[in-house]
Design a protein around this ligand. Sequence first.
Ligand code: NAD
Length: 260
Amino acid sequence: MGLLDGKKALIFGVANDHSIAWGIAEALHVAGATVGFSSVESLIERRVRPLAASIGSTFVEPCDVQSDEQIRGVMAKWQAAHGQVDILVHALAFARREDLDGSFVDTSRDGFALAMDVSAYSLVALVREARPLLHPGSAVLTLSYYGAEKVVAHYNVMGVAKAALEACVRYLAADLGPSGVRVNAISAGPVRTLAAAGIAGFKKLYGSFADVAPLRANITPEDVGRTALWLCSDLSSAVTGEVVYVDGGFNVMGVPLGDA
Ligand code: NAD
């Protein structure tokens, strides 16, 4: 008997098999959940549909999360196919490449609005449109990063968007809690993905991570998947509005001791 037998999970943000969303999808699938996917249209046929098929999933719908209409379309199709949403995963973000390099002070008004819209507001929009399908026991999960809390070189506008996203998690948790719906975030350590490749200096950040993290290792999408399984299952039934770190303890370090 799987932890998620009979549960239905809708996952936004798979780009390829390196995506954190894919690590989460595999963990939920192995635990018994029926999993469906939504991603940007250009990725659907080449990347997402074959991955979905590999775990027996046929629900694959395109959606640009900047469009309320497209989000509504996905929810309507999900309702027709599966009825309710037991688990909703938001694992996506975007900022212009030029805003993830150079000085934060140079962020353009447009670039700021775009990063906020795709990376933070989209969680609110997804939850709002999914709300009629959410029910007591449903769980919503999003992905954040340490740059929300402390300055991380080059993360710039995305750090501000992640700070907004984490605040959205708390406000959504307060709104939906009385209906028995939980909303949480995982703040993951650096993982080599398509999105990460857009951040200047990511290689350096990734390379030095294990020297500082107490567990002395980089983290993987599978690590994130296991914590996602906990946050999306009844094992975390009294946990909501939280940001849970999956970072080998990196965030607790102030002054690293080094290996003296
Ligand atoms: P990824 O490139 O695999 O996934 C990012 C996804 O965002 C892609 O599927 C992309 O299509 C989607 N996306 C971008 N704009 C969109 C739009 N307008 N509409 C719909 N989808 C859109 O990268 P990832 O690293 O797996 O990112 C998943 C999440 O994890 C993001 O929120 C990211 O910030 C977060 N995160 C990543 C890391 C890391 O180091 N990779 C660390 C912590 C948190």
